[in-house]
Design a protein around this ligand. Structure first.
Ligand SMILES: Cc1ncc(COP(=O)(O)O)c(C=O)c1O
Length: 348
């Protein structure tokens, strides 16, 4: 592999003099803070939020670093992993010159972020059995391809890709390979986070929105070599994760056993739901899933979607997406919600 980080970073970012926030310039033990134009009188709430939060979310990173075999400096905390996706474009992709490669059907924000940043999207569709198509990836990528997005487990198909196939891309591609592990906690597959120590061109994304049940806080993670994480920190808005979110994440991290229990429940519900869905005549196929949702091929996605909506149940119609004709994507609910869904489908 021919990878040179400095060479693939946009010139304006390489030369960027980052904003230096008050909380970054001073982090000692002063008693009177008159440096950040905050409101020293407090907030009109029971709890005060008048101070800016830690711009580098140090405590969170130290906790997460302990669980993964990475250093705190190899972790970026963002306003959802969507922020990390956008930052990757801004750091590496020259508008109207560079391109990125995605493997559809996959998470829609990669292409939307590309569009927003005026960066071309190349597509190497998955194979019929939803695996990565190595030769399509090779054919589609060129010298201006800066990012390859690999979502595993993949949204909306739900499956994980073969580890060796992902590693083959990481080992051969001269740009950044982004392995999006938003759903990895529901999967028996091993995370790629530890691999960031072995590959300087690997960025792994995770999120608190799924397994941790904290989508409303908007907190996501990127793992990568220190140099890449340093670039994220230079480009991100200074205070990108709020004090409320940081405090709640720290409390949640203390309750990991509870989060693990929820994951186990979702996985058990998923397997029950897959088995039951397969029995309906309107269901052609339920794809195996390593995520907290299942992709279901039906005889008529539009009709079933509308029928469920009339029953006050909303699922995601993915029938217009590549390789997903007739498909609905159904998030795993609570046991009761899943029973209601099954009962509604039985009326079709
Ligand atoms: C594959 C994938 N990556 C990232 C995200 C975004 O996660 P976040 O809530 O952390 O922005 C999603 C959300 O659905 C997703 O499906």
């Amino acid at each position: 592999m021919n990878f040179d980080l400095q060479k693939i970073v946009r010139e304006n970012i390489r030369n960027l003099m980052p904003y230096s926030s008050a909380r970054k310039e001073f982090s000692g033990a002063a008693q009177i803070f008159l440096d950040a134009n905050e409101n020293s009188f407090g907030s009109p709430l029971a709890q005060n939020y008048n101070r800016y939060p830690d711009p580098l979310q140090t405590e969170i990173k130290e906790k997460i670093a302990k669980w993964n075999t990475v250093k705190a400096k190899e972790i970026f905390v963002g306003n959802g992993s969507d922020e990390a996706i956008d930052l990757l474009f801004r750091i590496f992709c020259r508008p109207q010159i560079d391109n990125v490669l995605i493997c559809p059907p996959t998470y829609g924000m990669y292409a939307v972020s590309a569009e927003i940043n005026d960066v071309k999207v190349k597509r190497a569709n998955l194979t019929e059995d939803f695996q990565l198509d190595w030769s399509a990836i090779q054919n589609e990528s060129d010298e201006n391809t800066k990012l390859i997005f690999v979502c595993s487990p993949n949204n909306p198909t739900g499956n994980s890709f073969q580890r060796e196939e992902i590693l083959r891309i990481v080992k051969t591609f001269g740009g950044i390979v982004v392995v999006d592990e938003a759903y990895v906690h529901f999967s028996p597959e091993q995370s790629f986070v530890a691999e960031v120590n072995n590959f300087p061109n690997l960025v792994v994304l995770q999120t608190f929105s799924k397994a941790w049940g904290l989508a409303g806080l908007r907190v996501g993670l990127a793992f990568g070599c220190e140099e890449i994480i340093d670039l994220f920190n230079r480009v991100k808005p200074p205070y990108n994760v709020s004090e409320i979110a940081q405090q709640a994440i720290l409390r949640a991290l203390e309750n990991k056993p509870e989060a693990d229990e929820t994951i186990a429940k979702i996985v058990a519900e998923r397997e029950k739901l897959i088995e039951k869905l397969q029995k309906f005549s309107c269901v052609k196929k339920v794809y195996p899933s390593d995520a907290n949702f299942v992709l279901v091929k039906t005889i008529d996605a539009e009709r079933i979607y509308n029928f469920l909506l009339a029953e006050k149940i909303v699922v995601r119609n993915r029938s217009n997406v590549e390789l997903c004709a007739g498909c609905l994507r159904i998030t795993i609910g609570t046991s009761e919600e899943n029973d209601n869904l099954l009962e509604a489908i039985s009326k079709i």
